[in-house]
Design a binder for this molecule. Structure first.
Ligand code: CP3
Length: 353
């Protein structure tokens, strides 16, 4: 039963800090695991709750939001919880009109096209505009026996929704804005960096024990341009967070070409996808903690194939301290609870010292 609570070999109520230890490159009794988007539509219980509440209604109701956050911890036995919210959550208070369209993603009613559009975004006062986030975090800290991860979107990924008006495949409008209007771009990056920092510091003050910055779509930018147009903003964000002493994680997909630059950022953990192996990451000379990197599509593979892939990933990840198992991107609605339960148990058993 203990494994279901994520407290292997510890008493029922003991705090499982395996994930935090791995973030800090300390020795761990087994490899900690959690899954990006571990709360969501693949869970029958989540689908039931969504019949009663919209996405943002869940987000704004601390009791329900805490319940949804705890659901995968109790169901899968993972070693960390991630606050149930969205990268769009802090954008509504700064004046962005966003609808969450099921199966599609966030849609923006007032996209950004000019400097005037950037200037009309307000600054954020999370205690006033997002009190439910702080309340949910406080509630979860009383309820959880695993660490709580807070999160926010990175400026590039947020701006891709703001500029495109919704999800995109190629980010032409976003990168077009970046190249054609560098001054407006910088103003937007500065504004979103402030939002990200203020929102994450608020989550940390409320009790978040680690924070992950999601830059899901930044892999669409080449290395030189990342260095010029984006890296200074990310340096600013992680420098501000560093003062808290809380572990920080930077996630992106398709970012193998950016990892040398990421290695120079003041961030603790790099979260990578399946397009690069952990051995290859280590061969680049990266000594930071690494998180990843199973292709989420593998969750639909036969168990033997999945097990072999996961074994190979673990063998590479466990060569040195500072490894957290995760997917290379989020869980999707067609995944099954049973597969994720079996996978979590396997990772714990296989890596147990
Ligand atoms: O990991 C967790 O369990 C915490 C919750 C979480 C959500 N979104 C809940 C959510 C997190 C960490 C996110 C981050 C997020 N949101 C990202 C970065 C991670 C990534 O996947 O790249 C991005 C790009 C978004 C934007 C967004 N919001 C997308 C692409 C979608 C999916 C659209 C869909 O319907 O599949 C959303 C909606 C969303 N965010 C849902 C959930 C559970 C689905 C809402 C629903 O219909 O119930």
């Amino acid at each position: 039963m203990n494994s279901r609570k994520g407290v292997h070999d510890l008493g029922q109520n003991a705090f499982n800090d395996t994930f935090l230890k791995a973030c800090r490159k300390e020795a761990v009794p087994y490899t900690p695991v959690w899954y990006m988007r571990q709360a969501g539509r693949y869970q029958p219980e989540y689908r039931e709750i969504r019949k009663k509440y919209s996405f943002f209604e869940i987000n704004e109701n601390p009791e329900v939001c805490a319940e949804v956050t705890r659901l995968p911890v109790e169901q899968l036995g993972v070693d960390a919880a991630i606050l149930f919210a969205d990268i769009m959550t802090p954008l509504q208070p700064i004046g962005v009109e966003v609808d969450m369209v099921s199966g599609k993603g966030p849609m923006i009613r007032n996209p950004i096209r000019s400097l005037a559009d950037v200037e009309r975004l307000h600054s954020i006062h999370p205690e006033q505009s997002l009190p439910f986030i702080g309340e949910t975090i406080q509630l979860l800290r009383e309820q959880l026996s695993v660490p709580l991860i807070g999160f926010a979107g990175a400026p590039f990924t947020l701006s891709s929704y703001l500029i495109e008006g919704g999800p995109s495949k190629d980010y032409h409008k976003t990168k077009g804005f970046m190249y054609a209007r560098p001054k407006e771009w910088q103003a937007l990056m500065d504004k979103l960096a402030d939002v990200t920092v203020e929102y994450l510091l608020y989550q940390i003050r409320s009790g978040a024990q680690a924070v992950q910055v999601f830059d899901s779509w930044v892999g669409s930018v080449g290395a030189e341009d990342y260095e010029q147009y984006i890296a200074p903003t990310m340096t600013k964000i992680f420098t501000a967070l560093k003062q808290t002493g809380i572990p920080t994680i930077y996630f992106g997909s398709g970012t193998a070409h950016l990892l040398n630059i990421w290695n120079g950022l003041p961030v603790d953990v790099l979260s990578i996808d399946w397009r690069i192996s952990i051995d290859e990451v280590r061969a680049l000379g990266i000594e930071k903690s690494v998180q990843g990197n199973l292709d989420p599509s593998m969750l639909l593979a036969p168990w033997e194939l999945l097990k072999n892939k996961v074994t190979a990933i673990l063998d590479q990840g466990c060569k040195q301290p500072g490894y957290i198992f995760n997917l290379g991107h989020g869980v999707f609605p067609e995944a099954s609870v049973e597969t994720l339960q079996r996978l979590t148990q396997f990772i714990h058993d296989y890596t147990k010292k």
